[in-house]
Ligand binder design. Sequence first.
Ligand SMILES: [Zn+2]
Length: 83
Amino acid sequence: MPERTCVACGAVRPKKELLRIVLSDDGISFDPGGRKNGRGAYLCPDEACLEAAFKKKALDKSFKTHVDAATYEALLQELRTLL
Ligand SMILES: [Zn+2]
């Protein structure tokens, strides 16, 4: 079973237990179906991990670009619809 690492807490979990976040031409968003093209990062399905990712700028590192606070806030709102 493929495993991925949460960018925030470093937990290694089966891919299907993590949420994929993708950087695509449309910007940064969750990819619940795992089908969008683009650079991906994985996160536990947990608001605490998204907040930790913000504090550590984990997505900035994963995507090699600046991810602003508004983007993290939009991801938080999106995450709440997925939990
Ligand atoms: Zn995590």
